[in-house]
Design a binder for this molecule. Structure first.
Ligand SMILES: Cc1cc2nc3c(=O)[nH]c(=O)nc-3n(C[C@H](O)[C@H](O)[C@H](O)COP(=O)(O)OP(=O)(O)OC[C@H]3O[C@@H](n4cnc5c(N)ncnc54)[C@H](O)[C@@H]3O)c2cc1C
Ligand SMILES: NC(=O)c1ccc[n+]([C@@H]2O[C@H](COP(=O)([O-])OP(=O)(O)OC[C@H]3O[C@@H](n4cnc5c(N)ncnc54)[C@H](O)[C@@H]3O)[C@@H](O)[C@H]2O)c1
Length: 451
């Protein structure tokens, strides 16, 4: 070992869900592993993402369910209080944004935790905070995730707008909130804050909410949100933002909106230049780190998670982590495949989707057949007074995509994910017995519609 240079078998840059998994498992396998983390070990998901947001959603859904009592089960007076939500997030989810448990878990497996911001300074070399040089005999795993991306709206930069961090850390709900972006984050948090009493306005530049999903999903959420008192403006881009005193003003082509808080949820980006991927011969201006089916980005360089651009979801990061671990250890593993990528937006109704949308399938030149049925028309949906739908997209006698919006839509999605993943013939799916009266029975009705 040369002076000032520390040598390891593997250096993992970024310890989000995928990076932590790779670093821990490889350390357990006996490799010398350094894990470099600039923030909290565990990354976005447990501290500012999936887990605390789903805790908020659980609370908001309880309120909504109680509000459904009149007309079905008696009377209910619901008084929302944010304090238990904020406390659960602080105490149960994030340990007050302290990662000691996760850090100890990694070092307990034999890994070396290096706190600081790392940057590739050679094909198999990472320099942390400009001074500590870590060399990796086998290679580097880049797992640096993504950061919120604010649009270049005049006036926005420099204002105290919220990203998901401030929204998750909120100790009280604002009186009023404008959300820029009606994607996964915007839609989930709009409903949470509305159900706790905030006046919420969602400004979405695209044609509808959840623009990445089937149009039926965005239309349904638009209708439900409006009925809940959320102001939804689609096809609306902000042209200017001002912040004076205690209020934000967001100007659009069709008028202006004022609120106490502004949440920017217009997507996320990975800054490849900041990670220094040019030192490994890669394009720093690219959108994402391009990886092959074994998660290799270059010789001695693997990448996983949001930074690969294959889907900004924890389950993608964990799936890719498994493939990286297998490749490093020389164990057999299937090549990466994303044809049955599932995603769930945890709104109410919950939107579960897998594989291709109708539009994506058509754009890929497939001859598709689709069918949509109303969950409210199914026995369970009618009993529950539920709203939602199942949409199936089929090509060559198999499902290539499906969406299930409704109560537990993400759970019903399990069977559809299996069908798309295993390419089960439609004829086979049609012979299955679907329990009565379940929400997933709507899948059978939709298959019948498909013919
Ligand atoms: C509000 C919200 C809700 C979400 N809900 C869900 C959900 O319900 N389900 C789901 O599947 N996904 C959800 N996601 C997405 C999910 O959180 C991410 O896809 C996931 O965390 C990505 O994991 P990752 O391994 O790529 O790394 P990340 O979690 O992004 O972590 C990367 C880590 O790398 C560190 N890092 C970055 N650069 C450096 C550097 N140069 N040096 C050292 N360390 C560095 C960062 O500090 C960070 O800790 C949500 C996201 C948000 C924001
Ligand atoms: N339940 C989940 O799994 C979950 C929840 C939250 C986030 N996530 C992940 O995090 C990612 C980031 O979430 P997100 O909601 O920030 O991004 P997103 O890409 O899902 O949605 C961003 C939305 O903002 C809109 N937009 C872009 N620029 C705009 C502008 N200037 N004005 C108004 N609208 C604008 C886009 O049209 C899009 O609809 C998601 O794509 C998802 O992968 C997942």
């Amino acid at each position: 070992m040369s002076a000032g240079v520390e040598e390891f078998d593997i250096v993992v840059l970024g310890l989000g869900p995928g990076g932590e998994e790779v670093a821990g498992r490889l350390a357990e396998a006996g490799l010398a592993v350094a894990g470099v983390e600039a923030g909290l070990v565990g990354g976005e998901c447990p501290y500012w993402g999936c887990v605390p947001s789903k805790m908020m959603i659980r609370a908001a859904d309880l309120l909504a369910e109680a509000r459904r009592i009149p007309g079905m089960a008696g009377e209910a007076a619901v008084t929302p209080r944010w304090e238990p939500v904020a406390r659960r997030i602080r105490e149960e989810a994030t340990d007050d944004w302290n990662d000691k448990v996760a850090a100890d878990r990694f070092t307990g497996k034999g890994g070396t935790l290096v706190r600081g911001r790392g940057r590739l300074t050679g094909p198999k070399e990472v320099t942390v905070d400009g001074e500590r040089v870590l060399r990796a005999r086998r290679g580097v795993v880049v797992a640096t995730g993504s950061q919120p991306s604010a649009p270049p709206v005049p006036g926005l930069a420099g204002t105290p707008f919220w990203t998901n961090h401030e929204a998750i850390e909120a100790e009280r709900v604002p009186e009023s909130l404008i959300i820029l972006g009606g994607g996964a984050i915007g839609a989930e948090l709009a409903q949470v804050f509305r159900r706790f009493g905030t006046e919420v306005t969602v400004l979405e530049a695209g044609e509808r909410l959840l623009s990445r999903e089937e149009p039926e999903a965005g239309d349904l959420l638009g209708k439900v949100f409006t009925a809940e008192g959320i102001t939804v403006r689609t096809g609306t881009a902000a042209t200017r933002v001002d912040h004076h005193g205690a209020a934000f003003t967001v100007m659009t082509e069709n008028g202006s909106h004022r609120a106490e808080r502004l949440l920017v949820a217009t997507g996320r980006r990975s800054d490849l230049a900041a990670i220094g991927v040019g030192a490994a011969g890669l394009d720093e201006s690219a959108h994402a780190l391009d990886v092959d089916e074994r998660m290799r980005a270059a010789d001695g360089l693997w990448a996983l998670g949001d930074v690969t651009g294959k889907g900004a979801f924890t389950h993608v990061s964990m799936y890719q982590a498994r493939l990286v671990i297998a490749d490093v250890l020389g164990e057999p593993a299937e090549p990466a495949a994303y044809h049955a990528l599932p995603r769930v937006t945890f709104t109410d109704p919950e939107v579960g989707a897998v594989g291709l949308t109708e539009r994506q399938a058509t754009d890929q030149g497939m001859t598709v057949r689709t069918a949509v049925t109303d969950i409210g028309a199914s026995a369970r949906g009618w009993i529950h007074r539920a709203e939602g739908f199942v949409k199936l997209v089929a090509a060559d006698g198999r499902l290539v995509g499906a969406t299930c919006a409704g109560p537990s839509g993400g759970e019903v999605l399990g069977l559809l994910t299996l069908a798309v993943h295993a390419r089960i013939p439609l004829a086979e799916l049609g012979t299955m017995i679907y329990a009565y009266p379940t929400f997933h029975r709507a899948v059978e009705a939709t298959l019948r519609e498909l013919g």
